[in-house]
Write a protein that binds this ligand. Sequence first.
Ligand code: AMP
Ligand code: ZN
Length: 444
Amino acid sequence: MHEVWSDSTSGFHPASAPDYLPEPQLRELQLRRLKAVVRRCYDNVPLFRQRMDATNMRPDDVQSLDDLSRLPFTQKCDLRDTYPFGLFASPLSEVVRVHASSGTTGKPIVVAYTKEDLDVWTEVIVRCFAACGMHSGDIVQNAYGYGLFTGGLGAHYGAEALGATVIPVSGGNTDRQIMILRDFGVTAICCTPSYFIHLIERAKETGAGLRDLPLRVGVFGAEPWTEEMRAHIQKEAGIEAFDIFGLTEIIGPGVGIECRAHNGLHIFEDHFLPEIVDPESGTPRRDGEEGELVLTTLSKKAMPMIRYRTHDITRIKTGHCSCGRTIRRIERIARRSDDMLIIRGVNLFPSQIETVLLSIEGTTPHYQIIITRDKGLDQLEVQVEVTHELFSDTIGGLEQLRSRISHQLEIMTGLRMEVSLVAPRTIQRSEGKAKRVKDLRNAT
Ligand code: AMP
Ligand code: ZN
């Protein structure tokens, strides 16, 4: 039976959260849960069982937390290869929700939650919001996208369980967002940091800044951001800005968050066990050393992840946090070890663009993605070379092709992007690894 810690009926007590468990107790809890989750995967997930068998490992071989490093990794491609439900460890009858995120090809990756998994998710989001100093009575504007993306619903139920008033406005429609911020007396907002910078800009344009509003807290994540952005946001909006981290494969938002010390993100390691490994060899690295973050879910039922390779580069911070939490912290995530781009909070792989181009006659696989930032919002341009025959076609023909590419790209990625057709052989050829992405966001 899963140990439910939060009790929304009897009130919320942040100080009794597992965030503050004495370390030996935390490690013991982790080991107990690790043994159970490995057993669960071995018994229910054929791919995991095969991999364990191939290394002659049995669930009972997990006797200490150090044994974690002997377990096989899980990768994004495992979710793609078993699409849609192949990694589920619960029967579909116990799955009460699914979410999805972009994969590297046209198919999304699918994740599942049982009722208990949703309780865990709600619990960690409550702990996140509590770490930001939020409480019942707060009015929370949730501008993360609702739908298959985990951001909207994830934050939503946590805010409700905290006892806050949630405004499920979802993303987009900036002027309406500003109106609601103002009229509803919003005290906390959740969205991507780049979208909030856009809100600041737009509010200024309409002649009314955000500084004089009751808005007090911003919970920003789903994409990398910087200390400079934080300083800008805090100054312009008069709020305290927190970095929240998560990924669909592990649960969604709520894997970790900053506390008010703003010195790294606490990982809720009673549910998500972090490791840092060498991004090339996969060899474990010690606390304090930089590498790729690998996460194991300790309590998930429907779709546990054993040693999931996040491709996020960070380090586990050593030493204790001044807030008193005993759960460890990671440094803010500034980059990835793979080519995944995050555009307005949406994951984009260059290979998705390539797949579309290869499926359309008249285009060539020579393309370049140019990312800039305009008033806080990411802008995408894809330059595509067309064949000689097409390039000498009528303007109307080219325009038709352009809008077809643009439409297909939007279907594939969920992102609107500007498409420019360029003459044959104008995109620079590279001698080594193709440089397809020009990310000018920090230069604009
Ligand atoms: P998704 O599964 O669509 O939520 O995307 C998850 C990925 O978004 C993570 O693996 C990170 O690369 C990125 N991400 C999420 N939150 C943050 C954050 N606070 N800072 C930096 N990157 C983040
Ligand atoms: Zn702290």
